[in-house]
Design a protein around this ligand. Structure first.
Ligand code: BYC
Length: 312
């Protein structure tokens, strides 16, 4: 079939909100853009296990430990669904892993910040998972079928994560003076990096316009960031915490909160590999890959032995 005709079928599907499926024809750049985005998302889930994993042995009670363990395990699951969704577009898991370990593929900037106190686990759940939900609920309607379907389960689990984080902070805020100070300190450190998770402003975002046309993204980076600020500002009041932004104020005309300027130099510095924990995170992933070599070899040996037995 001529390319123009294939393009027309593709465009009609988008127009009618019919999902694009792995065997459908799609423009090369649509495929490339989704592999980039789903790959980055999968890597973020996997690298995202590291800062929280550090607190599993230091959680303040058995209940908190069990919950955190389950949450970190959920993130591993999310990474696996997402790698599988990206594989349907023709890239292998090995290639994606290689891109992560060699620094060719990005992962979310947020996971390059350290978790200094237990309150950080609360702040990550509330803000980081909260930002993830804001960004990912619309992705349940993204135009590529396997990604959209993976996001449904991911979002359900993220919503538990967000609530456990909020509850950790609420407990600290209702506790001693020192505990409340610890919660405020965590908010002070995680607030701005959480706003950066949504990506650069729309006028500096090279992928947004095309991704909106292809219905991969349903909202722009700035639209989602604004919704996040509006929701969190009200939630911070429930906690009795102060958002570290002197310019944050209600705009009656726009019915939204205006907020201060994001430090984009810090953002690009972290994205380009120079954040507080970038090197540590990649080193941990390289070590995990090397430590897992014998498992991959054993699985391959087992598979080939089984194949030989069957052939005989
Ligand atoms: N960090 O044109 P733009 C999670 C890059 S997982 C690093 O706006 P796009 C969670 C961007 O990749 C969090 N890099 O791009 C997990 C691009 O670079 P390249 C991740 C960033 O794709 C566990 C360049 O900047 N979520 O939440 O239209 C526990 C220009 O950006 C960042 C997802 O991946 C960043 N923050 O929009 C808890 C969701 N922002 O590739 C939570 C799916 C931008 O051209 N992804 N860049 O070299 C998306 O929704 C979009 O990809 C983004 C960026 C909104 C992130």
């Amino acid at each position: 079939m001529p390319v123009q005709q294939l393009e027309k079928i593709f465009d009609d599907k988008l127009e009618k909100e019919i999902r694009i499926e792995p065997r459908d024809w799609m423009p090369d750049n649509y495929r490339k853009n989704l592999i980039r985005m789903i790959g980055q998302h999968a890597h973020s889930e996997i690298v995202g296990m590291l800062p929280e994993g550090e607190w599993i042995t230091r959680a303040p009670s058995l209940r908190r430990k069990a919950t955190l363990l389950a949450k970190v395990q959920d993130e591993a699951g999310h990474g696996l669904y997402l790698y599988a969704a990206a594989e349907t577009m023709g890239i292998s898991r090995e290639e994606m892993n290689d891109q992560l370990l060699t620094g060719k593929a990005k992962y979310s900037s947020i996971f390059n910040y350290p978790t200094l106190t237990w309150a950080d686990i609360g702040a990550i759940g509330w803000l980081v998972d909260g930002a993830a939900i804001m960004n990912q609920v619309p992705l349940c309607r993204t135009s590529y079928g396997p990604y959209a379907r993976a996001m449904i389960r991911v979002c359900k689990e993220e919503s538990f994560h967000q609530r456990q984080g909020f509850e950790i902070l609420l407990t600290l805020c209702r506790g001693s003076k020192e505990q409340k100070e610890m919660a405020q300190d965590a908010l002070n450190r995680w607030w701005w990096p959480s706003l950066m998770m949504f990506g650069p402003n729309d006028d500096n975002s090279p992928h947004t316009a095309q991704s909106m046309k292809w219905k991969i993204k349903r909202f722009t980076n700035d639209e989602l960031r604004q919704k996040f600020v509006d929701i969190c500002t009200d939630q911070a009041k429930v906690l009795g915490l102060t958002i570290p932004d002197p310019d944050l104020k209600w705009n009656e005309e726009k019915k939204q909160y205006d907020f201060g300027k994001i430090n984009w130099d810090e953002f690009w510095n972290v994205v380009n590999g120079n954040g507080p924990c970038n090197k540590e995170r990649i080193a941990a992933r390289i070590k995990a890959h090397e430590d897992g070599k014998w498992v991959r070899e054993a699985a391959e040996a087992y598979a080939s032995k089984k194949k030989n037995v069957k052939a005989a």
